[in-house]
Design a protein around this ligand. Structure first.
Ligand SMILES: [Zn+2]
Length: 390
């Protein structure tokens, strides 16, 4: 085309393909550009778009298959070239990448360096901390149990900092925020201690604290062994749901069944299998509120599961809003403290201590503030909108 041939960049060379390097915790993409070249970056969620006005490329689709970069697409337009980097861990205005321009190693040009990782998150100070509205229901305070995972002889996951330390740091922050909003908070531990060196005993005592409260939030950080440690990062929020048949720990001893008032006839002795899909008699014929134990009745499994999932979804949404971290999803799992609980219960995994960058994020007070703020806001939003109030 004549216009293009006479344009200011008509003589520009075809750019060399991007150079891609695997670094601990991130993928580095380097574009070698002429000295005068300009560029625009556009995070698109699942991709990072680089627009290069006046540049020429060899169009094509390339697969890379690294945790942070699935591949890239080079496209040629009349007045510009584009490079689309496919980023499985996301690219947003606040997260997923960092960029810098360096002089060329040789000659006159410049290097556009793009580092990609879901562990590039928002670690800026959260200040001033946005205030919370006072949350109260029917004249009573909501009561929440926060469970900083591990403690004492059990450090939890290991990274640049022990998981038990991170969990407690965040739990103490969440407590402060919830108390400001008028919520009564019980911690399963306030220091580096546990109820018992025996894991099962410890966990069952933690769960027992939820009896009669409104909800339970267990706070953890994750880790995974090499070679995946370099690529796994992000947030997970778990609730106990169907499909989780295998417990990590044996079930607590079953409660003694209440004595039967009338001896069953032989035909009635076969127990009816519980069906999660069926409402319990309590749902069909609600017990009058005054006869319910205060403040919250023991919920049936299905109701508790639904509320736990709602709570998990609310908490995840606000965690993502506060941190811009990579979303590994709201998932169901079989962790003891969420399975054997009497109230809506979730377990938050705040990131991977085994990840070279995310492990460092979890040491930063600003980032812990943001995690705590996300959890607290999610809990408050759930209490205001979803929690049954008698
Ligand atoms: Zn843990």
């Amino acid at each position: 085309m004549l216009l293009l041939a006479l344009g200011p960049f008509a003589l520009s060379q075809v750019l060399p393909p991007p150079r891609i390097g695997d670094q601990p915790g991130f993928t580095r993409v380097v574009l070698d550009l002429p000295k005068e070249a300009t560029y625009q970056l556009e995070p698109l969620g699942a991709a990072l778009k680089v627009t290069l006005p006046g540049q020429k490329v060899n169009p094509g689709v390339h697969f890379v298959s690294q945790p942070e970069l699935a591949g890239y697409v080079l496209e040629q337009f009349e007045d510009r070239a584009t490079l689309i980097l496919l980023t499985p861990q996301g690219a947003t205005p606040r997260s997923g990448f960092r960029s810098m321009v360096l002089p060329a190693l040789e000659g006159e040009g410049q290097r556009l360096v793009l580092d990609l990782s879901g562990a590039f998150v928002d670690t800026s100070p959260l200040s001033p901390l946005p205030g919370f509205r006072f949350v109260k229901a029917n004249g009573r305070r909501f009561a929440v149990v926060l469970d900083p995972g591990h403690g004492g002889p059990d450090p939890g996951a290991m990274g640049p900092v022990a998981e038990k330390v991170v969990n407690l740091e965040v739990a103490l922050r969440v407590r402060r925020l919830l108390e400001e909003a008028g919520v009564a908070v019980t911690l399963t531990r306030e220091d580096d201690n546990t109820f018992s060196p025996d894991k099962r005993t410890d966990l069952s005592q933690r769960v027992a604290l939820a009896e009669g409260k409104d909800l339970f939030v267990s706070i953890h950080a994750n880790a995974i062994a090499p070679p995946r440690a370099d690529g796994w990062c992000g947030l997970e929020v778990y609730y106990f749901g169907p499909g989780n048949a295998r417990p990590f720990f044996p079930a607590p001893a079953p409660l003694q069944p209440p004595p039967l008032a009338i001896a069953p006839s032989p035909l009635e002795t076969l127990p009816t299998p519980p069906d999660l899909a069926q409402p319990s008699p309590e749902d069909v014929n609600p017990i009058p509120p005054q006869s319910l134990p205060t403040p919250t009745p023991l919920m049936n499994s299905l109701r508790r599961m639904e509320l736990s999932r709602t709570l998990a979804t609310r908490v995840m949404a606000h965690l993502l809003g506060a941190t811009a971290a990579f979303n590994r999803g709201v998932r169901s799992a079989d962790f003891y403290v969420i399975r054997y609980n009497s109230v809506p219960a979730i377990l938050v995994e705040m990131g991977y201590l085994s990840h070279p960058l995310e492990g460092q994020n979890l040491r930063q007070p600003n980032y812990l503030d943001r995690l705590a703020y996300g959890i607290a806001r999610g809990v408050l939003e759930y209490l205001e909108n979803d929690h049954p109030v008698e």
